[in-house]
Write a protein that binds this ligand. Structure first.
Ligand code: ZN
Length: 530
């Protein structure tokens, strides 16, 4: 028998505190649907009543199976509960559960709240009793719990007990400043579980020491049965506990799967990588390649000797099966590239070739030669795909750029300041027809990209929605001259992303190569006919 462990997601509330993250109503609906589908027990959506968007979001229930949870403050001290607009907003929301936040550190109560310790307990007791009486499952997030416990364990415990006795389903211990270490969490939660059953204790950890996941797991070992976290570890400062790491650990590691079970099914776990990337897509951020379990490099192997071992028996270099979380194995083409790397990579890219095909040696030679010039195909799948297809199959010449020019000019603007403008001009042959385009951009590469994609004749329908989502430049010493390597990441309207590479002594020329590869890749993948 395993204990049920509940997952509580706060991406839409605590995660929304991340610098640069600003969810629209549509974003919130989409993310809530994703979390619901994944099998998260509680989806916390924000503060109804505190801002118009959250009020609208809570205007109806947004989840099917997850408990749709509203967040808010406990009753204001010195005001009657029936007169508290915050509580009224929570009760008016279409939520299944209400999560209050209350202070658990005596110092914070006196200084931040300017209230007596007893008044704070009364506010917590009354608020919880009211929402419980209204039929809402209620939780209390004990703010600064661990710091509070270290300063005044008696009071922190009183706060937790008050909430539990008032009818709170969960008393959640928050490491608000994120400075607590795993062994402290384990010790303090163990103490707490002597007063409140672990089946009613939750953990809310922040990643300020890089240990939010470890802290959450430590709390589970000590008896807590709810974990609060966010997708991809979103959250202010260093982020919250990352559910994309916690979920597979709980399911795939016998250390945890042996005694706790969660609402995420094996089938749903296989969508985790996709859910994680979909969130990045909504936020318009590049996914973290090195994220545990779900990152593009999480199951990537570089060295030739490892690559052949991985192909023989993946367990030698992989701690879990990549497909169990919807990710896949990747063997990188690299300096140490051997035949086995190349074969594995071709298989992954869906290029069919016999193992003893003599052209594989040619491809290997070509890759080594280009790596010597400064190319790197590890991060540039699409360029490797084209290189392989050119040698093993055929890549049509869809178009030919006869010439291009880029001009950057700094000049006085009309308002008397300085401005820098970039213009590009491109002459392309498509199907025997010469097309000329010009564009202005916020930099020379942007201008060149826009001019290239402005008019490619009959191919325009395939490329009109392309978007350059990331651009990286590295300059290094190759022989006696500096060499520039450019990586360009492109996305299309379906959200698919691919990366291409260009190398030259000249940054514009390197960028040009990467841009041409990117467009050609899209045309090949779309089945465009030359
Ligand atoms: Zn938090």
């Amino acid at each position: 028998m395993t204990d049920r462990l509940y997952l509580f997601d706060t991406t839409l509330r605590d995660g929304a505190q991340t610098t640069g993250v600003d969810f629209s109503l549509e974003d919130k609906i989409q993310i809530a649907t994703m979390l619901d589908g994944l099998g998260i027990d509680y989806v916390e959506g924000g503060y109804p009543g505190a801002n118009p968007m959250d009020t609208e979001f809570f205007g109806k229930k947004r989840t099917k199976t997850s408990r749709f949870t509203a967040f808010g403050m406990t009753k204001k001290i010195g005001r009657s509960i029936s007169n508290d607009p915050g509580i009224a907003g929570l009760l008016a929301s279409h939520s299944d559960a209400i999560c209050f936040v209350g202070k658990a550190w005596d110092y914070q109560v006196r200084v931040a709240l300017e209230a007596s310790l007893e008044d704070n307990l009364d506010s917590i007791r009354e608020s919880i009793a009211t929402t419980v009486a209204a039929g809402r499952e209620t939780l209390l997030d004990c703010e600064h719990f661990f710091d509070g416990y270290k300063a005044n364990a008696h009071y922190a415990l009183q706060v937790a007990k008050t909430a539990y006795e008032a009818g709170a389903r969960w008393v959640v211990l928050c490491d608000t400043n994120g400075g607590t270490l795993p062994h402290e969490v384990e010790r303090i939660v163990t103490d707490m579980s002597k007063h409140i059953p672990g089946s009613h204790l939750g953990i809310h950890a922040h990643d300020d020491t890089g240990q939010a996941v470890a802290n959450s797991l430590a709390a589970v070992r000590a008896g807590a049965r709810q974990i609060q976290g966010t997708l991809n570890g979103l959250g202010e400062r260093c982020g919250n506990a990352n559910l994309a790491s916690i979920i597979p650990t709980l399911k795939l590691k016998s250390e945890f799967a042996g005694f706790v079970s969660i609402g995420v099914s094996d089938e749903a776990l296989k969508t985790l990588t996709q859910v994680s990337r979909a969130l990045d897509e909504i936020l318009n951020r590049s996914p973290n390649r090195h994220a545990p379990y779900v990152g593009a490099s999480a199951f990537a192997t570089k060295a030739g000797i490892h690559a052949s071992a991985v192909m023989k028996d993946p367990r030698t270099y992989e701690h879990v099966v990549p497909e169990s979380v919807g990710n896949h194995r990747k063997v990188l083409v690299s300096d140490q590239a051997g035949r086995s790397n190349i074969l594995a990579e071709l298989e992954r890219l869906g290029i069919e070739v016999k193992k003893d095909d003599h052209r594989i040696s040619r491809l290997l030679e070509e890759v080594k030669e280009r790596e010597g010039l400064g190319y790197s195909y590890e991060g540039a799948d699409a360029s490797f795909f084209l290189l392989a297809q050119r040698i093993l199959g055929e890549v049509p010449e869809f178009f030919r750029v006869e010439r291009f020019s880029v001009n950057v000019e700094r000049r006085f603007s009309e308002d008397g300041g300085d401005e820098t403008i970039a213009e590009a001009f491109v002459k392309v042959m498509v199907d025997g027809e010469r097309l000329i385009s010009a564009a202005e951009g916020n930099g020379p590469v942007n201008a060149l990209d826009l001019a290239l994609r402005k008019d490619l004749g009959k191919y325009q329908t395939y490329i009109k929605d392309l978007e350059l989502v990331d651009y990286k430049v590295r300059i290094f010493q190759g022989g006696s001259d500096a060499v520039t390597r450019v990586l360009v990441e492109t996305a299309d309207e379906t959200g698919e992303r691919w990366t291409t590479v260009g190398v030259s002594g000249n940054i514009i020329d390197a960028s040009f190569q990467a841009l041409i590869d990117s467009i050609t890749f899209k045309l090949v993948r779309s089945g465009a006919v030359a």
